[in-house]
Write a protein that binds this ligand. Structure first.
Ligand SMILES: [Zn+2]
Length: 228
């Protein structure tokens, strides 16, 4: 695009606004519950290790990563990485995030289909995410077929963002169950855990809406183009 299309804003605005709100909510809620200590004092790393051991996942390592909000489970190397505040923290936030990441390791153990699908399409999504829009732009000048192939390739990004939703919601569900059955969370501490996990989940919903908005814009633009 050599000019800015104001129509793009119309399609992008809902996702962008929700993403902005979700990001600020994660910051506020995570910070708030980082200050609330657990009655049963355990760090995020201890909680993750306990859950993994109880589930027969002794081979999954729990490591500290320096990147802020870089908490994740790596299904390829079977490593659970936690950021410093989560790894060393004794807080509600640390418990929620650590248990959520352990939930991903449990999904992996049980061959949870959406996680497998998400892991398998990652390479294609990484390519399609930037090659797709390029082919679309080139296609506008060269051929409509090329443009539509570009849209289809970008569609992988949308599929990825949609498959991510059940993966994330399920990991949080497992986290809640584990935290209460293992007696890590007691009393009304679960209210805080819920707020932390829901705030994180909203960022994934926002990402999906952003991807859908972008795809809808591409389709709309191409349909308009073919009418000329
Ligand atoms: Zn997750």
């Amino acid at each position: 695009m050599f000019f800015f299309d104001p129509l793009y804003l119309l399609f992008a605005a809902p996702g962008l606004l929700l993403a902005f709100w979700a990001q600020s909510r994660v910051k506020v809620v995570f910070a708030e519950y980082s200050e609330v200590g657990l009655t049963r004092r355990q760090t995020g790393a201890q909680i993750a290790r306990n859950i993994l051991q109880r589930s027969g996942l002794n081979h999954v390592n729990v490591e500290r990563t320096d990147s802020f909000l870089g908490d994740h489970y790596d299904p390829q190397s079977k490593v659970l990485r936690l950021s410093p505040k989560i790894y060393d923290g004794y807080s509600i936030t640390a418990a929620g995030v650590a248990a959520h990441e352990a939930g991903h390791a449990l999904q992996d153990q049980h061959n949870y289909a959406p996680l497998q699908l998400r892991t398998n399409i990652v390479p294609a999504v990484q390519v399609g995410g930037w090659v797709g829009p390029l082919m679309l732009m080139a296609g506008l000048f060269i051929s409509p077929v090329l443009a539509w192939v570009g849209v289809l390739l970008f569609g992988l990004t949308v599929i990825f963002s949609l498959v991510t939703l059940p993966v994330e919601f399920d990991a949080s569900k497992r986290a809640r169950q584990l935290l209460s059955t293992e007696g890590i969370i007691v009393g009304n501490e679960m209210d805080g855990v819920n707020k932390v996990l829901n705030a994180a989940a909203l960022t994934y919903v926002a990402a999906a809406i952003q991807a859908i908005g972008q795809l809808a814009y591409y389709v709309f633009m191409l349909m308009g183009n073919s009418d000329d």
